[in-house]
Design a protein around this ligand. Structure first.
Ligand code: RFL
Ligand code: PHB
Length: 390
């Protein structure tokens, strides 16, 4: 089999890339290790930047997002027993974010790929990349017990942090930058109305808490917990009790509790691999970089990578112009590092660090006080949160 582009990984990056390429007449095959049901069952991101929404619209998959997504013009940060609102729209000249779950984005993309006859192979085992630094790369995999080989021009590594693509780059080429945090987030999804119409990020001496949502009847809450913690340690009762202790009393009083329908622990790390290209392999999304979820940037960064790479590939095939492919790594990394900085900063601002002494805690408190006393500081947070330009 011969196809212009093989896309490894059928998460949001891989599916969006294949959809955008298809609309421009460039064909691809997506190889996904897991089943489609597994990919759609993963509860992850919830906040989309305007740029991500625009890209999904360009991909023709934004109808349900536009009907059901919740547009948020602001968010709250709670500390020292009070909530403070950050008016994202007025601080950024009218820009907003959209609350719409990654599970829904993935479902919309899967459906669009199916509608247009896109080749998405799920359950593709032992994917291996070959001859990436030559002119004729190929990819092998096993599917329902049979061995397959696809010859291609380019490989897009969209296979997340634990995929095969990044590891297919020679160690002499790859540089890695990493910071692992001593805590994670325990997340709960519950069929209850959100405690507040906008997100509440809470900094508390017992640890960080976040009140988010998926819809007016579906809430998503997170608590900072030790990184080695497991959901089994968190009965619903313990979770709700701890959440209420970390929120201002007036917010805790109106929290509606209910049974959890999903509960999981996410570790926290900041990670960047450089460069994003080796020969005919391009890394995209979580395969190349991880941010802690505090700034809501992971999925949005995957989308901006896809934006750059889809344009570069279309220019290669349609205009015989390779400048986009040549510049992809540098261009994408410039935006990646700004989002890494923001996510690291939001994480540092709002979490309890087990090794921080009293000095650091006072500085953290001063930074929060300063934030809400300075329009410049609020603007800086707001323009990063709604999304830096592509
Ligand atoms: P994904 O989603 O990990 O998809 C990669 C796909 O590749 C497949 N795969 C392979 N396929 C074939 N062969 C192999 N060897 C393979 N190895 C892996 C996997 O099965 C999978 O289907 O990466 P992608 O597409 O780059 O998308 C990235 C996003 O999923 C991620 O950045 C976000 O979820 C991060 N994130 C958030 N991002 C936001 O923008 N806003 C948020 O509000 C937000 N909240 C979050 C988050 C991530 C979280 N967790 C669980 C890490 C909240 C949480 C709790
Ligand atoms: C979510 O709703 O899952 C969510 C929202 C904001 C974040 C992280 C996760 O910063």
């Amino acid at each position: 089999m011969q196809v212009p582009v093989v896309i490894v990984g059928g998460g949001p990056s891989g599916l969006l890339l294949s959809q955008l390429l298809h609309l421009q007449g460039v064909e691809s095959v997506v190889l996904e290790r897991r089943t489609k049901a597994h990919v759609m069952g993963r509860v992850r991101a919830g906040v989309l930047e305007q740029g991500t929404v625009d890209l999904l619209r360009a991909a023709g998959v934004a109808d349900r997002l536009e009907a059901e997504g919740l547009i948020h013009e602001g968010l709250d940060i709670a500390f020292a027993g009070r909530r403070h609102r950050l008016d994202l729209a007025s601080l950024t000249g009218g820009r907003t974010v959209t609350v719409y779950g990654q599970t829904e984005v993935t479902r919309d993309l899967f459906e669009a790929r199916e509608r247009l006859g896109g080749a998405v192979v799920d359950g593709a085992k032992d994917v291996a990349l070959h001859d990436l630094d030559g002119d004729a790369p190929y990819v092998t995999y096993r599917h329902v017990g049979e061995e397959h080989r696809i010859d291609c021009d380019f490989v897009a590594g969209c296979d997340g942090f634990h995929g095969v693509s990044r590891g297919s780059m020679p160690a002499s080429v790859l540089r890695e930058f990493e910071q692992v945090y001593a805590f994670g987030w325990i997340g709960v999804l519950s069929r209850t109305p959100p405690v507040s119409p906008e997100l509440v990020y809470a900094s508390h001496e017992r640890g960080f808490a976040l009140c988010s949502m998926r819809s007016p009847t579906l809430s998503r809450y997170y608590l900072q917990c030790p990184s080695e913690d497991v959901p089994e340690n968190w009965s619903d009762e313990r979770f709700w009790g701890e959440l209420k202790r970390r929120l201002p009393a007036a917010t805790a009083d109106v929290l509606v509790e209910g049974p959890s329908v999903e509960k999981s622990v996410a570790p926290m790390r900041s990670y960047v691999a450089e460069p994003l290209r080796h020969g005919r392999l391009f890394l995209v999304g979580d395969a190349a970089h991880i941010v802690p979820p505090t700034g809501a940037k992971g999925l949005n960064l995957a989308a901006s990578d896809v934006h750059y790479l889809s344009h570069a590939l279309v220019d290669h095939y349609r205009r015989d112009d390779d400048s986009g492919l040549r510049d992809y790594s540098e261009k994408a990394l410039a935006r990646v590092w700004k989002c890494e900085r923001f996510s690291w900063w939001m994480t540092s601002l709002l979490h309890r660090f087990p090794d921080a002494g009293p000095f650091r805690e006072r500085v953290q408190r001063a930074e929060l006080d300063y934030l809400f006393s300075s329009r410049a500081a609020m603007t800086s947070l707001a323009e990063n949160y709604v999304g830096l330009p592509y």
